[in-house]
Write a protein that binds this ligand. Structure first.
Ligand code: C5P
Length: 408
């Protein structure tokens, strides 16, 4: 069952120069046996620990180390590899490569491919106990975690140095298990249509000015990518955001204002199994939109009359059918639980994600978030620690999956 999840998946295996590299041969073997396609990339020093011939024979693909093959001049495209990958796993990950990944030092094929990789990246560190315990290693691993990598923690035991402590690469069977579990997760959302709203809305005053907010869209985009990774087809109705990449399976519908967002959401909603409303919709818009730029000297306006915007969540809540799930967000400064529960009921939501504003690192513009989830079905609220937005997206979707499974 577990192995089935890996069938046909494209896995990039990155190997660094550490004694644990010999164990990566077993990992490659397990992946191939499970039906995955494997492309191995080695750092130059990894070749001192295990021969490329071993790994190319096991994977059935030539191993890549250099940016191009010296005798033929054939160029190895890290961009193509990054797009080809359904997942990348760096095992063993040495302190040097972890530091390069954390700071973007793309001086070899492995780190360059990592920077081009849109898929989930797993990192299985292996090093001596003092290197593992060094604050610099902890800092770099924390950076990778925040950048969305899943760290497969090393085990404690006897190390190559004969010292005993933490730093031994996790066993190949367990690394394989992490990958299988990751792809297994696609089940409850696989084949489902998920509608997501994200980003701010801009409400035009005149052709050059608007009323808006500081939402970056990062949380909504992280949920969209994670839902697609789990096999959903995603319609992402997005307000104006910077350049955020989406993966295959996500169709972005760009909009500007709340009214446009409502139109696009209503168009997608009838076929949606799940709608997740992560957009920070402006509550009001100017009653009148000027065709020409308002001039200080001639127009002399001092007040802008506002009218209320439609509540997209409440509108979809009123239209929701029995087999559709609706999820909203709440950002509250006072009495957060009471206000979020009130919204949950009033907008006819199944689940509401309460963002913390009071915790450092959570909320607008950060790459991390801290959430509490409230449910309409009487379940106890679930609180989570501060995590990367990619990990928070996974927590939110795990809970949505449980709603789908419980209501099937
Ligand atoms: O009422 P409040 O804005 O706090 O509710 C937040 C939730 O409602 C979020 O899920 C947000 O995306 C959604 N919402 C909406 N349309 C609005 C206002 C909020 O969909 N006009």
């Amino acid at each position: 069952m577990m192995a089935e999840a890996l069938r046909g998946k494209h896995i990039v295996v990155g190997v660094c120069g550490g004694i644990a590299a010999y164990k990566t041969a077993s990992l490659v073997r397990l992946l191939i046996k499970a039906g995955a396609e494997v492309q191995v990339i080695m750092t130059p020093s990894a070749r001192e620990f295990i021969t490329p011939l071993t790994l190319s024979t096991l994977s059935g693909n030539p191993v890549i180390t250099e940016f191009f093959t010296a005798n033929t001049g054939e160029w190895h495209s890290h961009v193509k590899l990054g797009l080809w990958a359904d997942a990348m796993v760096v095992a063993p990950a040495t302190a040097a490569t972890i530091a390069k990944m954390a700071t973007g030092v793309a001086d070899n094929m492995l780190v360059t491919s990592y920077l081009s990789c849109r898929a989930q990246v797993f990192v299985a560190p292996a090093m001596d106990l003092d290197m593992m315990a060094h604050p610099s290693t902890s800092r770099n691993l924390e950076t990778l975690r925040r950048d969305g990598c899943i760290i497969i923690e090393p085990a404690a035991g006897e190390l190559a140095s004969h010292l005993i402590g933490r730093g031994r690469m996790e066993e190949p069977e367990n690394i394989f298990g992490c990958l299988a579990q990751f792809f297994e997760k696609s089940s409850a959302l696989a084949g489902k249509h998920v509608l997501i709203t994200a980003g701010p809305t801009y409400e035009r005053i005149d052709p050059v000015r608007f009323i808006g907010n500081f939402s970056t869209g990062k949380m909504g985009y992280a949920i969209a990518n994670e839902a697609a990774r789990r096999g959903a087809s995603v319609t992402l109705v997005s307000g104006p955001v910077g350049n955020i990449t989406t993966i295959d399976g996500v169709t972005v519908v760009p909009v500007e204002s709340a009214c446009q967002m409502l139109d696009a959401a209503q168009q997608a909603f009838p076929t949606a199994d799940v709608a997740i409303l992560a957009a920070a919709v402006a509550d009001y818009r100017p009653a009148k939109q000027f065709d020409h730029k308002i001039k200080r000297e001639t127009n002399g306006i001092e007040q802008i009359e506002l009218v209320k915007n439609p509540d997209i969540a409440a509108t979809l809540g009123a239209q929701k059918s029995e087999n559709q799930r609706l999820v909203g967000f709440a950002l509250e400064t006072d009495h957060p639980i009471e206000h979020a529960s009130d919204k949950l009921a009033r907008k006819n939501l199944d689940m509401i994600v309460l963002n913390s504003l009071s915790d450092p690192g959570a909320g607008f513009g950060f790459d991390t978030n801290k959430i509490t989830i409230l449910f309409a079905d009487g379940r106890q609220p679930a609180s989570f620690p501060l995590k990367s937005k990619a990990e928070v997206a996974a927590d939110i979707l795990d809970n949505i999956e449980s709603l789908i499974v419980c209501n099937q």
